[in-house]
Design a protein around this ligand. Structure first.
Ligand code: ATP
Length: 609
């Protein structure tokens, strides 16, 4: 077997991924989503009642038809035959109209419920913390949104409609069977408990296997998603065959589970069909004898046969619907697991308002650990205060905790001990929306969304005017390059901004942050080297962006480090030095070492250049 980073399965949302869900609580939750559409459902049920009720009239009329013709051999009175056929046509037409209305209304309800379900799951996902996304694969999550919700949709739109109509047909059919011939009915219905027993036993296994199918598809989806989004890395390592094998292995697992499901379903269908048609054969045998002895007319036997056929088909299709419900319960279990995920960043009931934010940031005895390596803290005993408008450079060796420290400020994670205050208020007491509204983030790897340049800048403050967008772009040194595009601000940037260069993407991201105009700025300087012209433009834009804002810069460039008003040096999660460049150079120690190393590297780069 091969492996690559991330090949371990993502954490299941709950213990025991294949645990069968609790049926009734889930059905109740699904019903809750259907509540707004009760009028549609009610109309749908009324139409079902009419259409299925009319279906029950057919067999009786067929019987009449038989007696009106076969028993009248040689008669010229065709009146009863004509009238019965006309009535039959009328019944067919009405039943068709009600059937179509029922199908439309219930499908519409299904589509609406499913759209709401998707929206609810997606908007819930958007509230979950980075911790959740760090432990769950994107592909698995999107699979729940698409494949699982799709399975539920089939049931809500079509199976629900059938469930109603078949139940009406079954109940009405059984009553009419007894009216037509009680003795034959007892004979026919003896087989029904056997059918239901089989359906329940095999159905339970089908549900378990269905859940396995969905889990396996989600896992394969997660692999595909990773390979597709990282296709450049895959191709550069010529690792296509590894990805193919990996995805192929996942698909094989789902295929095997699907085969097991198909076997179970086929077995069930076979048993059902034999039981149904076997019972019909017995009816023909016993009913034939009754006709021969003159106990019933041939028409009655035909009516009975049709009713029995209807009841048989209904029982078979109800078991099929039962299967579909089992599948949907498996799928809805996976959906509700997502909806049940609680964010680990609870909001206080009455958040404190910040009002006009100054931007004073204080760390008081802050410690933090990600919780996945026991109690080993990633950050510990952080004590410092940053004044409004101050620019702080964070430096330190790789893994020292710089990114982690910065992530605590917009509350991507909560401190494990101590407190983090903004303008004297603990960030946990502030509404997350207000807090993040005042914090701007320019990450190392700029993420643009597929859409136009203008839309990407507007992401900083939706509703801003085009003039404001252009001003922000000018301040970010982005206006000039945007203007050279034939479509200017309306240029589509491609997925993740792939059609722009690294430096261009950064400047669009800076324009976005300028438009947002936050009091506190978090900046992760890009380490990837830009050409010197592009770097100068980005640097210039960043400096303009930082003016007047409390700025935390994870610094990789000498110019940033030297010019910062204050430098915090981190080592193994602790602040080991704190001061200006000059102070720290005089003091010696880790900072001086890091600085000199950087300095040497830049000199070498210059020489090579
Ligand atoms: N989501 C996470 N879950 C668990 N541990 C993490 C997570 N992110 C980072 N870490 C760990 O926390 C420590 C600090 O990481 P962090 O990214 O904050 O360092 P850094 O100083 O920013 O490093 P670099 O300069 O290389 O980006 C590292 O040991 C890292 O392995």
């Amino acid at each position: 077997m091969f492996s690559r980073p991330g090949s371990a399965a993502s954490a299941p949302l709950s213990e025991g991924g294949t645990r069968p869900p609790r049926d009734f609580s889930q059905l109740r939750r699904l019903t809750r989503f259907a509540r707004p559409y009760l009028p549609l459902l009610a109309f749908g049920i009324v139409c079902t009642l009419f259409s299925s009720g009319l279906n029950l009239v057919f067999p009786g009329l067929f019987g009449k038809l038989i007696d009106a013709s076969f028993l009248k051999v040689g008669s010229t009175d065709t009146g009863p035959l004509d009238r019965t056929v006309l009535l039959l046509l009328g019944v067919f037409a009405l039943s068709a109209v009600f059937g179509a209305a029922q199908s439309y209304l219930l499908s519409r309800m299904g589509a609406s419920v499913v759209a709401d379900l998707r929206r609810a799951v997606f908007s819930h996902l958007m509230t979950l913390s980075p911790r959740f996304f760090a432990t769950h694969k994107t592909g698995d999550l999107t699979s729940r949104l698409t494949a699982d919700v799709g399975t539920v949709q089939t049931v809500v739109s079509t199976a629900l409609a059938q469930l109603f109509s078949q139940t009406v047909t079954l109940v009405g059919g059984v009553i009419l069977l007894f009216f037509t011939s009680a003795r034959l009915s007892v004979l026919t219905l003896a087989v029904i408990p056997v059918i239901i027993g089989t359906a329940i036993t095999i159905g339970r296994r089908i549900r378990k296997v269905s859940r396995q199918v969905q889990d396996a598809i989600a896992a394969a989806n997660a692999d595909a998603e990773e390979a597709i989004s990282g296709v450049r890395v895959v191709q550069s390592f010529t690792a296509e065959h590894l990805e193919r094998e990996r995805y192929g292995a996942g698909i094989l697992t789902s295929f095997r589970a699907a085969l097991r499901r198909a076997q179970l379903q086929a077995t069930m269908a076979g048993i059902m069909s034999f039981l149904t048609f076997g019972a019909l054969a017995v009816v023909l045998w016993y009913g034939g004898r009754q006709v021969m002895s003159g106990e019933i007319t041939p028409g009655k036997l035909v009516s009975f046969l049709f009713y029995a056929l209807q009841v048989g088909i209904t029982v078979a299709s109800l078991t099929n619907i039962f299967n579909q419900f089992q599948e949907a319960l498996g799928a809805s279990g996976r959906i509700f697991e997502l909806l049940d995920e609680k964010t680990d960043l609870p909001e206080v009931a009455q958040p404190q308002r910040l009002g006009g934010v100054m931007g004073r940031v204080s760390f008081q005895n802050v410690s933090f650990n990600y919780g996945d390596r026991g109690d080993l803290p990633t950050l510990s005993g952080l004590n410092f205060e940053i004044s409004p408008g101050q620019q702080v450079a964070l430096v330190g060796p790789s893994g020292a905790g710089k990114t982690t420290l910065v992530g605590l400020i917009p509350r991507f994670y909560d401190v494990t001990a101590g407190s983090l205050l903004i303008d004297g208020v603990d960030v946990r007491q502030i509404g997350v929306q207000e807090l993040r509204g005042n914090v701007g983030l320019v990450p190392q790897e700029t993420l643009l969304f597929s859409g136009t340049v203008a839309e990407n800048i507007l992401y900083g403050r939706p509703g801003a005017s085009m003039a404001e967008v252009q001003d922000a772009a000018r301040a970010a040194n982005a206006h000039d390059f945007i203007s050279t595009f034939p479509q200017g601000y309306e240029t589509v940037v491609g997925e993740k901004g792939i059609k722009l260069s690294g430096g261009q993407r950064q400047r669009v991201a800076i324009a976005r942050a300028i438009l947002k105009n936050p009091r506190i700025l978090l900046l992760d300087e890009a380490t990837s080297s830009l050409d010197s012209e592009s770097e100068a433009l980005v640097q210039d834009a960043l400096e303009r962006l930082m003016v007047g804002r409390t700025s935390f810069v994870i610094a990789h460039r000498l110019s940033t480090i030297r010019n910062a008003g204050r430098i915090l040096v981190l080592e193994a999660g602790r602040v080991v030095q704190d001061g200006t460049h000059e102070e720290l150079m005089l003091a010696g120690g880790l900072y001086k070492g890091l600085y000199e190393m950087q300095f040497r590297r830049e000199k070498e780069a210059e020489l090579v250049g």
